[in-house]
Design a binder for this molecule. Structure first.
Ligand SMILES: [Cu+2]
Length: 372
């Protein structure tokens, strides 16, 4: 039987635990309050139609007004055959005819009014799920659109960050695997710090019936998708979309900001720029900023913003550092940096001489395990 002293101590403990719980709850609420959702829901200042860009281009930032605005976003779903790799065609399902779909740039608090049109020649119904939206399905049900129809719905961009959008019509995985995704940036109040270059990159996988490199029109392979065994892992929808003549450009001294998404549908990306260290990484596209990062994880259905400064000229290769995806499946992009050499930071090769190893250490005798 408990003594009075033990009961009192137990009661104090309970009281303490409830108080701690209350503090935790308050912590959650105060974080929510600090995001000032309510403050963003004031009267709209006006209305405009969003400027949309195809990857890797990013629309410019709009000057800040005191109050949010209504932003009209026009998107058309087009099913079309395009080149997936050299000699390999694929019937993509697209937003606005490109993979990824257009980059949308709005400001925190804006009302985003989406007009989703489904081309009358398409075979499938489609919709759009915005990860930036607060509401059922991110707008998927509200935007379900049959071929030859246009749906309109709106959401309030309550939270700033970089968000994926994608088609969520059944079977969802197939619509994503066929190219129906893109990104929306909700700029925080006051905007992002100015930089010299901004680019838009989305990683995704393609599951084709034929093996990697098999030519001709390739069909989607559901079994490979379920087993998470893609034939292609690419940036911006196609092998070579951002390499060679399509490489992104910058100059020595430029601050570069990459808006990087991962549409999946299955794999997590280990995003890395060979020869650069990220000054800043907005982890998962949210508000936590990390510094001095070599490789950052991007979950399927997630995004990140990375920034770095170009200090040495040359070609910088971007990869998913799950490295066979890069060099065997296509997950490679390039940034070409032009400008003056900077030998104080990077010398390049300064010497190449002949090398003669010390043969006395060579213990390669048949039947004997080498000690080297
Ligand atoms: Cu779709």
């Amino acid at each position: 039987m408990k003594t009075t002293h033990q009961v009192k101590a137990f009661n104090v403990l309970l009281l303490g635990m409830s108080f701690a719980g209350l503090l935790l709850l308050q912590g959650c609420f105060s974080k929510s309050d600090s995001n000032s959702d309510a403050a963003n829901l004031g009267k709209l200042a006006g209305e405009y139609t969003a400027t949309l860009t195809s990857a890797p281009e990013v629309p410019p930032s709009k000057p800040w007004l005191k109050r949010p605005e209504k932003v009209i976003v026009n998107i058309e779903v087009i099913e079309k055959t395009m080149k997936l790799a050299n000699g390999v065609d694929y019937t993509y399902w697209t937003f606005n005819g490109t993979v990824p779909g257009p980059f949308i740039r709005v400001q925190e608090g804006d009302e985003v009014e989406v007009h989703l049109s489904n081309d009358p020649f398409n075979k499938m119904p489609h919709n759009i799920d915005f990860h930036a939206a607060t509401g059922p399905g991110g707008g998927a049900e509200a935007s379900m659109t049959a071929p030859g129809h246009t749906s309109v719905f709106s959401f309030r961009a309550l939270r700033s960050g970089l968000f994926i959008y994608h088609c969520a019509a059944a079977p969802v995985g197939m619509h994503i695997a066929n190219g129906m995704y893109g990104m929306i940036l909700v700029e925080p109040r006051g905007g992002l710090a100015p930089v010299n270059k901004e680019y838009y990159i989305v990683q995704s996988e393609f599951y084709t019936k034929g093996a990697n490199g098999d030519t001709g029109l390739q069909e989607f392979d559901l079994e490979k998708a379920i087993k998470e065994q893609p034939e292609y892992v690419v940036f911006d929808g196609h092998v070579g979309a951002l390499t060679g003549n399509n490489a992104m450009q910058a100059r020595v001294g430029d601050k570069v900001r990459l808006f990087v998404g991962n549409a999946g549908p299955n794999l997590t990306s280990s995003f890395h720029v060979i020869g650069e260290i990220f000054d800043n990484v907005n982890q998962e596209g949210g508000s936590i900023v990390n510094h001095d990062v070599q490789t950052t994880l991007i979950p399927a259905g997630g995004a990140t913003i990375v920034e770095f400064t170009c200090k040495v000229p040359g070609t910088y290769t971007m990869v998913d550092h799950a490295i066979f995806r890069a060099f065997n499946q296509g997950a490679v992009a390039q940034l070409q940096v032009s400008g003056d050499e900077n030998p104080d930071i990077f010398s390049g090769k300064t010497k190449d001489t002949l090398y003669f190893p010390d043969n006395s250490k060579n213990t390669d005798v048949p039947g004997k395990i080498s000690q080297r």
